[in-house]
Ligand binder design. Sequence first.
Ligand code: HEM
Length: 207
Amino acid sequence: MTDTSFAKLVVFVNALVPLALLLWDVYRKQVGPNPLDFATKTTGMLTLIFLSLTVAVTPLRKIFGVNSLVKVRKMLGLFAFFYGALHLLTYIWFDRSWNLISVGQDVASRRFILAGMTSFFLMVRLAITSTNKMIKRLGGKRWAQLHRLVYLAAIAGVVHFWMLVKSDTRLPLTFGFILLFLLCYRLYVKYAPAQPPGTRAGLFPRE
Ligand code: HEM
C-alpha cells in the first residue's frame, strides 16, 4: 500500500467515526428527549466541520509545507457533501415528513433555511465536478475557478448557523473567524508581491 492510499484510508475511516457514533447513540437511545433534533444538529455540525477542514487544506499545506495534504482534500469535501446530504435528509424526513411543497414554503419563508439550501446546492455542484473526468472536461484553470465556490458554500453554511442560533452566537462566530482567516490567507498568498528568489517559504509565502 502506498503512503497516499494509506493516508486516504486513515481519513476515510476517521470521517466515518462520527456517523458510527451517531448510529450507536440512536441504537442505545442516548439522543436526548428529541432524537430528530439531535440528528439534524449533529449532521449539520459535521457538514460545517468537514467543509471548514476542506477549506483549511491549502493554507495548512502552504504553512507547514505538507504538500501531500492535497491528496485528501477531495475526500474531505465529499464527506462534507455526504454529511450535508444526511442533514438535508433528516430535515425533509423528520421535520417536513417528505412534503416537498412544505420544504419549498419553508425555503421561501425562513432565511436560515434558504442559506442552508444555498450552501448545500453549491456543494452539489462541487461534488458533481469533483471527478478526474470533469477536471479534464472543464480544463484545470476553469475547474480551479469553479472550485473556489467552496468558500461561498462555507460562508453560506456559517450564515445559516448564525441565523438559526437564538442567543449564543459564539460558535457560529468562531467558524466565521476561522473561515475569514483562511480566506484572507489565500488572498494574501495569491496577491502579495513576489519574494526574492531563494527566500525560504514560511507562514506567509508568495505563490
Ligand atoms: C440543505 C439545506 C439545509 C437545511 C434545510 C437545513 C436545516 C437545518 C435545520 C432545520 C436545523 C435545526 C435548526 C434548529 O435547531 O432549530 C439546522 C441546523 C444546523 N445546520 Fe443546517 N440545513 C441545511 C444545510 C446546512 C449546511 C449545508 C450546513 C453546513 C455547511 C448546515 C449546518 C448546520 C448547523 C451547524 C446547524 C446547527 C447545529 C447545532 O445547533 O448544533 N446546514 N439546519
